[in-house]
Write a protein that binds this ligand. Structure first.
Ligand code: PBG
Length: 333
């Protein structure tokens, strides 16, 4: 055949393929989510094989392992004792609570590791919602924000580097920015869960924290989070959320979940010059683990291909429970 263009020429050898590769993965792209609990044992999470609820000693050891693999940021989630959960979730700003203690300990032992937090009420709420639920069953916006600000300040005071509001209340990024600045934490950044969808992919995470919405009292409790998290049918709305977060002072924008929302990552990449993070969430992790356990997929190849797809879509950072194993696989290459 008389062909001028033969794209296969540049695919012929491994060296050539490496030379023209457009995107790549490195351990420093990953943000490693970790669950902590009270007590002195490490508890496996059934629906997330390989992930655990760590006690503080175990947490330090795991973060040291991640650091040695080249990971430079972790995000902490608390499994809060049921007895501490209340309707107003006030435990979220207890300066001696589980998360502030974990941050302090981590910063003492590994000061260079970037510590990100999650700001939302759900792990501390007996109703399992990210905000305060009124007696009529409405998740209150402005009342919740006051609590989120106090939570963010307590986390910053404990040593957090990046505050991650995951609650999807309107105006929370600006309010948290102001609260941090007022308390002298102008150097602490905000990584906003900008486009967080009301997704079924969070199931295993809610199991890990026992944080799913539930009726604990007589008041009506919304059974899902669709009055504040985004509708999976919407894409343009994510741009509005991104514009608001930028105006309000977010430093990094996040899309969550990641895999079913690659188009949203791509759109935000076109709209904003800020760094973008993708959250490869618990349900996405569980699906890969389940198929790999059955021998139905090649786990390593599937994970690395998936993580690369986030970079190709336009993400700079990836929150993933696969962080350590992916970093190990990258070293083998
Ligand atoms: C809490 C929060 C959730 C996740 C991160 N922060 C759950 C939710 O919104 O219900 C999900 C993470 C995952 O599934 O991996 N606001």
């Amino acid at each position: 055949m008389d062909l001028t263009y033969r794209p296969r020429r540049l695919r012929r050898t491994s060296s050539l393929r490496g030379m023209v590769q457009e995107h790549s993965l490195k351990a420093a792209d990953f943000i490693y989510p970790l669950f902590v609990h009270e007590g002195a044992n490490v508890e496996p999470i059934t629906a997330m094989p390989g992930a655990n609820r760590w006690d503080l000693d175990g947490l330090i050891a795991e973060v040291e392992r991640a650091w040695k693999l080249g990971i430079r940021c972790v995000v902490l989630f608390p499994k809060v004792d049921e007895s501490l959960k209340t309707e107003d979730a006030a435990e979220c700003f207890n300066p001696n609570g589980l998360i502030p203690r974990a941050i302090q300990r981590l910063k003492q032992e590994l000061p260079e590791m970037t510590v990100m937090t999650d700001v939302a009420l759900d792990p501390y709420s007996c109703d399992g919602h990210d905000g305060i639920v009124s007696s009529e069953g409405v998740v209150l916006n402005d009342e919740t924000i006051e609590y989120l600000c106090r939570q963010a300040v307590v986390q910053a005071n404990a040593g957090a580097d990046l505050i991650g509001p995951s609650d999807m209340m309107d105006g929370r990024v600006g309010a948290i920015r102001e609260a941090l600045d007022d308390e002298g934490f102008e150097h602490v950044g905000i990584i906003s869960y900008t486009a967080k969808y009301s997704s079924a992919y969070y199931g295993p995470f809610r199991e890990a924290l026992d944080s799913a919405p539930r009726a604990a009292s007589a008041k009506p409790i919304p059974k899902d989070k669709s009055t504040y998290q985004m509708d999976p049918a919407n894409a343009r709305e994510a741009i509005t959320e991104a514009q608001l977060d930028e105006q309000e002072g977010a430093d990094i924008l996040m899309v969550k979940p990641g895999l079913s929302y690659l188009d949203i990552i791509y759109r935000l990449r076109q709209e904003s010059e800020l760094p973008i993070a993708a959250y490869n969430v618990s349900g996405e992790y569980a699906m890969v683990k389940a198929a790999a356990e059955r021998g139905w997929i090649d786990e390593k190849a599937v994970v690395l291909e998936t993580l690369l797809s986030f970079k190709r879509a336009g993400a700079d950072l990836i929150l993933t429970y696969h962080a350590c194993e992916a970093a190990e696989w990258l070293q083998e290459r």
